[in-house]
Design a binder for this molecule. Structure first.
Ligand SMILES: [Zn+2]
Length: 195
């Protein structure tokens, strides 16, 4: 039999009392057996080159309860359905809000409107790139109340003044949008946190 080169993942199946585990076994120059769950729910095992398969599978069988329940949790929290709106629809919805807020920052930005981009993001509602003068908004904002969208747009604009979220940032937010904390609450359920 041809010897398998190291680092080639090979599919294996193991029946355990907790259920069947399908896993990819990679032989590597590692000291210990390593079991890892990938974000797509697949199980990756790396093992030292000479460790017998029986030893690997005995370990996996012992950990099978953990592996299978962790896998189930991971798949349950998999990304939600795609955004209901297209990028073009989001841009059409967001651009007027950005244009309405821009005059407050026109002097600061030398009269030049920031570039607006939209993306489907999982961990933030928006971001502001000072260097490229780009505001990127989460497409999911199209599914939120307009008051919340306005809050996020202003939030990103205020980052042109204050990079972090320290007291001066919040003071500026409160000055320009006294009810910004209530508006931020509209983003909460369900969706990414506001960054
Ligand atoms: Zn921020």
């Amino acid at each position: 039999m041809k010897k398998q080169p190291l680092n080639t993942p090979l599919p294996h199946t193991l029946a355990t009392p907790a259920g069947t585990i399908h896993y990819q076994l990679t032989r590597k120059k590692v000291r210990n057996l390593n079991v890892r769950l990938r974000p797509d729910g697949s199980v990756a095992v790396s093992a030292p080159p000479r460790m017998p398969l029986g030893e690997i599978e005995a370990f996996l069988a012992k950990k099978s309860g953990w592996v299978l329940s962790a896998r189930q949790r991971m798949l349950a929290t998999a990304p939600a359905a795609p955004c209901r709106y297209t990028k073009a629809e989001c841009l059409a919805l967001f651009a007027p809000v950005c244009d309405a807020i821009f005059p407050l920052f026109a002097d600061l930005l030398g009269g030049q409107k920031p570039t607006l981009k939209v993306r489907d993001m999982t961990s933030r509602w928006g971001s502001c790139n000072l260097k490229t003068r780009t505001i990127t908004l989460n497409m999911r904002l199209a599914e939120k109340p307009r008051a919340a969208l306005e809050y996020v747009v202003l939030h990103e604009y205020v980052h042109f003044l204050h990079t972090g979220h320290q007291a001066p940032f919040h003071a500026e937010m409160a000055r320009l949008m006294p009810d910004y904390r209530q508006r931020r609450k509209l983003l909460r359920e369900p969706g990414p946190d506001s960054k």
